[in-house]
Design a protein around this ligand. Structure first.
Ligand code: NAG
Ligand code: NAG
Ligand code: NAG
Ligand code: NAG
Length: 915
């Protein structure tokens, strides 16, 4: 068994985590903290810290709150406010505080850890009291009245960081907690009445191992207290298995009074069993976080009581997995009345202990003889574990770690009853989940706190329909539903909230109050098509005026996260991915072009119900007269072919342009134009479309002159629009005379810069060489200066390419080229011709000649560098002179009749087609 288990564990670890498809549920609606649709009542006071325990009066009008050094009663009867009714200041004595601090405990202070009804009139409150727990019995109606202090050494927790479980039955306190500075674990009965004994745990090995107590509850039908906790598994073997955490349910009987000899003042009814929250063979959710009781609707069958527990997994800590399992009282009873196991100390293993006469796990054993009690003493672990109802998880999440839960059953409008879970996530959200026949559905999530809280608990009042959530920060009140948040029938029905239904008379989403009420609701299917037949979709179309090239954002806000939302054209086809962009918030973003001028609808679909959430029609902002917006219809075009000319009307705003017939166009295009039939005409259009952005360029000679003037004006008008700023820059550039263009082709700016740089370096080197008197100063100076001058002229010519400057560049380049050529020759000669004389004749000859050798190397290096620079200069000058010469030549041959106008026209066409 243990071997099999080990194999299972390792398989699970190897396979990693649970099948992620399990819990991909998302809340349908999400409300952030402070949302006006889900208002939270908040009680928050700077004096009240660490509100750790909550207790609601039976009439649900008063909420008692245990905090640090204080006990409060809050009036929660008003729906819109929480007010302080009464307060008891209850701090630990300075002496206790001192002792506590000396013992280096961090949570000294009086944290109220247990708050229960003692009887119908009095409250029982336990405070940690700086590790010297103290209990108070106080009248619920007046906290500050005289009080009865009790020592609660072995009954109440000493530390505020430990969870505990406490239940009061008949003015007797049953607690499971850790006490004292060392955290000794106890499960005890305190304040026993009359002659009854206070009871504790029997002293046997393996009874409890590092338990964390979660909760306890009184099951009156069985006369038992059930305790829920987690502990370290007692499977023996390697280290790994020793850290395996198991969830437990344990029992003690309220009639127990301890044995007479064996188990004196000890439980004779303590037994524990494993709670397994697991689906099939998948990984166990082994860490119980919280568990609550759901009593059956029919009080005559208490065995149908269910316990809903929320679990997380020890191995999936980072992935935040959690699950909810339900356990039935019947199954728990079956486990306790079955066979048991005993721990064999010698063999260090567990052996099976058959349930003799069905006595084990029974109440009333304290009267039995020592033989039976000795078996009872050692047999506290049941053979069988308690498995969840239906052997499956009720609900699981791969995204959330749930830490607390509350559960209720409610009746829908049709009288059908549904279970609702309220789950608090570690990140501070409350999830409301309805369990439907086909699976769970998360109706909504509400953000309660922004930061994760050290203490938290959740308390449900079904009579008032509110949840109270206590946290380190304060107390929150959340109504279980707000039907008014659903504005129309479809929303109301799609929510599948059993609390809400559509009232067709008042035309509002109303709270389901009585059974058989006449509300439209479909909790199981959410079929709005069926329930809301007269529902009219009222999203009206918004007309959005836009300019060409403007980027528009069409918002679409829908509330249901389960709806599938698409943007569609008016013909109902889906808006493609490109050139549109759909943002995460649902809005559609695109650039207005003639192709994107259309009508758009944002359509959501949920459970087969479709509705238009928003609709927009984009219309172009019309620029008066001169530039009417192009429609995305194909304009008529003129085709010229050998057979003759078919001329159709040319819309006024299409620019026509002369193409020289002799100028060769791309073969493919020419062919298209030459073929007269319709298919190739289409092809021609397509070609143009791809090259000119959908604006065919039309060829016609005689139009040019006429259009020229007006086009200039139009361009000027268009240029005023900011959208066309960039086009204008382009225009200016292409407006240059060919001469200048030719000149600019030679990159005068960069070449000029290179020249200036070379000149400066040469002059610097010259200065160095002057100092050592090795080169002729004049030579170098005459080289460096002209280079700088020539470079500057070239740069100037680039900036303003006038004829004079281009000519000057040519002249300077030629001069510098000659100089550079001379320099190249001179330095080559210098390099190859070293003076032969040796100045070192006497004294320290070797040292001197070494110095000379090094000096000569340095000078050679400088000469080499100068040689390279001169050669570079030569190349630059040649390049510059060639381009400036060609530019001058072009300037002379070009008649410049309408040369610049042609380029202007060309630019105009580009400009229009780019828009
Ligand atoms: C319920 O929703 C309505 C409509 O949004 C809102 O006006 C109201 O304040 C909400 N009530 C609560 C208690 O959240
Ligand atoms: C009490 O509250 C303070 C902050 O208000 C927090 O730092 C501290 O951890 C809380 N103590 C416990 C035991 O929750
Ligand atoms: C509740 O307990 C208190 C304290 O023992 C006692 O004074 C009070 O009479 C009890 N109330 C009832 C209704 O039994
Ligand atoms: C629907 O209209 C859009 C533009 O209005 C168009 O691109 C698309 O092809 C049309 N779809 C159909 C199926 O007609």
């Amino acid at each position: 068994m243990a071997g099999l288990f080990r194999i299972w564990i390792f398989t699970v670890l190897l396979l990693g985590l649970i099948d992620p498809s399990q819990g991909s549920l998302h809340p349908r609606m999400s409300f952030s903290q402070g949302s006006s649709e889900r208002l939270l009542g908040i009680y928050h006071s700077s004096i009240v810290k660490n509100t750790s325990t909550l207790l609601l009066s039976t009439d649900a009008e008063t909420l008692f709150v245990g905090a640090q050094d204080a006990l409060l009663s809050l009036d929660v009867s008003q729906p819109d406010s929480i007010t302080l009714k009464d307060k008891l200041e209850w701090a630990a004595s300075p002496q206790n505080m001192k002792t506590c601090t000396v013992a280096s405990k961090t949570d000294c202070g009086n944290f109220i850890s247990i708050l229960q009804f003692f009887n119908s009139t009095h409250l029982y409150a336990c405070g940690t009291n700086a590790y010297k727990p103290q209990a108070l019995i106080i009248p619920a109606s007046s906290l500050s009245a005289s009080r009865d202090t009790k020592d609660a050494k072995n009954c109440c927790p000493s530390s505020s960081t430990q969870r505990n479980a406490a239940t009061i039955v008949d003015e007797e306190l049953y607690t499971a907690t850790k006490v004292g500075y060392f955290g000794d674990k106890v499960i005890s009965r305190c304040h026993s009445r009359g002659t009854r004994n206070n009871l504790e745990l029997q002293n046997v090995p393996k009874l409890l191992q590092e338990p964390i107590f979660i909760s306890s509850t009184h099951v009156a039908s069985e006369g038992k207290i059930l305790l829920f906790f987690t502990e370290v598994g007692e499977l023996t073997g390697d280290l790994f298995l020793n850290s395996f955490i198991v969830s437990r349910v344990a029992q003690v009987c309220t009639d127990d009074n301890g044995g007479s000899l064996t188990l004196q003042k000890r439980w004779t009814s303590f037994a524990k069993s494993q709670l397994v929250c697991q689906q099939g063979d998948e990984l166990q959710f082994n860490k119980l976080q919280d568990i609550v009781k759901l009593s059956p609707t029919d009080e005559k069958s208490p065995d149908n009581t269910l316990f809903y527990g929320v679990f997380t997994s020890q191995w999936a800590a980072s992935s935040g997995l959690s699950a909810v399992c339900a356990f039935s009282l019947t199954d728990i009873k079956a486990a306790f009345s079955g066979d048991y196991k005993t721990f064999d100390l010698n063999g260090n293993h567990w052996t099976r202990q058959p349930n003799i006469d069905g006595k084990l796990g029974k109440c009333g054993l304290f009267n039995d003889n020592d033989r039976v009690l000795n078996i009872v003493k050692k047999s506290f672990l049941t053979e069988k574990a308690v498995r969840p109802v239906g052997k499956k998880l009720i609900f699981s999440s791969t995204e959330e770690r749930y830490s607390r839960l509350a559960v209720q059953r409610t009746q829908a409008a049709n009288g059908h009853s549904y279970t609702i879970l309220y789950l608090l996530t570690e990140s501070g959200f409350l999830h409301k989940v309805v369990l439907l026949a086909k699976g769970p559905h998360i109706i909504e999530e509400i953000q309660i706190f922004k930061q994760s809280q050290t203490v938290k608990n959740i308390l449900l009042s079904t009579s008032k329909g509110v949840l109270f959530i206590g946290s380190s920060e304060g107390v929150f009140r959340v109504p279980v539903s707000n039907c008014s948040a659903y504005p129309n029938c479809a929303e109301c029905v799609l929510a599948r909230d059993p609390f809400c239904g559509w009232d067709s008379e008042t035309r509002a989403c109303a709270t389901v109050s009585r059974m058989g009420s006449n509300l439209r609701q479909d909790v199981e299917g959410g079929n709005a098509n069926e329930q809301c037949t007269e529902f009219k979709n009222t999203a009206s179309t918004v007309i959005r005026i836009a300019q060409l090239n403007e980027i528009v954002v069409l918002p679409c806000q829908w509330r249901s996260r389960l709806a599938e939302v698409t943007w569609r054209f008016s013909n109902n086809s889906i808006v493609p991915q490109f050139p549109y962009m759909q943002r995460a918030d649902g809005s559609l973003v695109f650039t207005v072009t003639p192709k994107t001028v259309s009508t758009y609808r944002c359509v959501s679909e949920e459970l087969g119900f479709k509705q238009t959430i928003a609709a927009f029609t984009i219309t172009l902002h019309v620029i008066p007269r001169s530039f009417p917006p192009p429609s995305h219809q194909q304009p008529d075009i003129t085709l010229e072919s050998d057979e003759g000319t078919k001329t159709e009307l040319i819309p006024d705003y299409y620019t026509t342009l002369e193409f020289d017939k002799s100028e060769p166009t791309k073969g493919e295009k020419t062919d298209a134009f030459k073929t007269p039939d319709r298919t190739s005409e289409k092809k021609a259009r397509t070609n143009h479309q791809s090259t000119k952005n959908g604006f065919p360029v039309v060829l016609s000679v005689n139009e040019v002159a006429r259009k020229r003037i007006s086009l200039k004006n139009r361009l000027k008008e268009k240029a005023e629009s900011p959208d066309l700023k960039s086009s204008l820059v382009e225009l200016e550039k292409s407006n240059l005379p060919p001469k200048t263009k030719m000149f600019l082709k030679g990159k005068p700016l960069s070449l000029g810069l290179v020249q200036v740089f070379i000149g400066l370096v040469v002059m610097t080197l010259c200065t160095i060489t002057v100092l050592v008197d090795k080169l002729n100063v004049e030579t170098v100076m005459s080289l460096g200066l002209p280079f700088v001058v020539s470079g500057s002229v070239a740069i100037a010519a680039h900036k303003r390419s006038s004829s004079a400057l281009i000519k000057a560049t040519l002249a300077m380049s030629v001069i510098c080229a000659l100089l550079a050529a001379a320099g190249t020759g001179y330095f080559s000669w210098e390099l190859s011709n070293r003076p032969g004389e040796d100045p070192c004749t006497s004294g320290d000859y070797w040292s001197c000649s070494y110095m000379i050798w090094r000096f000569n190397s340095l000078v050679d290096g400088l000469r080499g560098l100068l040689l390279v620079l001169c050669f570079l200069e030569l190349c630059v000058c040649i390049s510059l002179s060639i381009f400036s010469a060609r530019a001058i030549q072009q300037g002379e041959t070009d008649v410049d009749l309408y040369g610049s106008d042609t380029s202007l026209l060309k630019a105009g066409v580009d400009c229009v087609s780019n828009t």
